[in-house]
Design a protein around this ligand. Sequence first.
Ligand SMILES: CC(C)(COP(=O)(O)OP(=O)(O)OC[C@H]1O[C@@H](n2cnc3c(N)ncnc32)[C@H](O)[C@@H]1OP(=O)(O)O)[C@@H](O)C(=O)NCCC(=O)NCCS
Length: 179
Amino acid sequence: MKPADLPCSAHPLVTLRHLERDDARAWYAYLADPVVVEHTSWDLRSIDDLQSNFDDYASARPASPMRLAVVLRDGGQLVGTIGLNAISLQHRTAEIAYDLSPVVWGKGVATSVVNSVVGWGFQRLGLLRIQATVLESNERSIRVLERCHFAREGYLRSYRQIRGKSGNFWLYACIAGMS
Ligand SMILES: CC(C)(COP(=O)(O)OP(=O)(O)OC[C@H]1O[C@@H](n2cnc3c(N)ncnc32)[C@H](O)[C@@H]1OP(=O)(O)O)[C@@H](O)C(=O)NCCC(=O)NCCS
C-alpha cells in the first residue's frame, strides 16, 4: 500500500517518506546488528531476505502492508522504518511495527513517529483499532507503546518463533478517540 499523503513527523531530527527497494542496504545495515533484533522475531540471513517484505509493500492490493522510512532531516540517512501490517479496511484495524538504528535510540524518535502513524491511521485511513505485539522482554518497545497510550490487552503464549525458540508476546492496542 502506497498512500498519496503520508504521516508528518513532529520530531526535529527526522522526517518520514515511503520506504523504497534502494533502502534495503541501509535498513539491513542495522537489522544485521544482534542488539537491534534481540527482542524481535527478525531472522535475516542476508539482505536478500528483505526482498519479500519489499514485494509486499509494492503490492497493489488495497490492504497490503505499508512501510515508511524514518530519515534524518539533516542529510537524509535512513535511521528507521515504521509501518502498518495486517490492515483490514473492513474491520478498520491494523498492526503497527517499527525499528530504529541504535544511532537514534533514546531521543524520543520512536515515540514521536508511532504517535504520528497512529494519528494518521485513525484520521486518514479511518482505522478504529491499531494493535501491536511485543516480545515480553522488549522493555524499550513496551515503554514506547505505553507512552503512546496503547493499553495492554493480553498475553500471547508461544506466539512467534524467535530464531528457533518460542516467544511469549504482549498484545497492546490503541483505540481511536480513547487516548
Ligand atoms: C523499540 C525501539 C524503537 C525504541 O527506541 P527508543 O529509542 O527506546 O524509543 P524512543 O525513540 O521513543 O526514545 C525514548 C527514550 O528517549 C528518551 N527521550 C529523550 N528525548 C526525548 C524526547 N524529546 N521525547 C521523548 N523521549 C525522549 C525517553 O526518556 C526514553 O528513554 P527511556 O525509554 O529510557 O525512558 C528501539 O529500541 C528499536 O528499534 N529496537 C529494535 C527493534 C524493535 O524492538 N522494534 C519493536 C518491536 S515490537
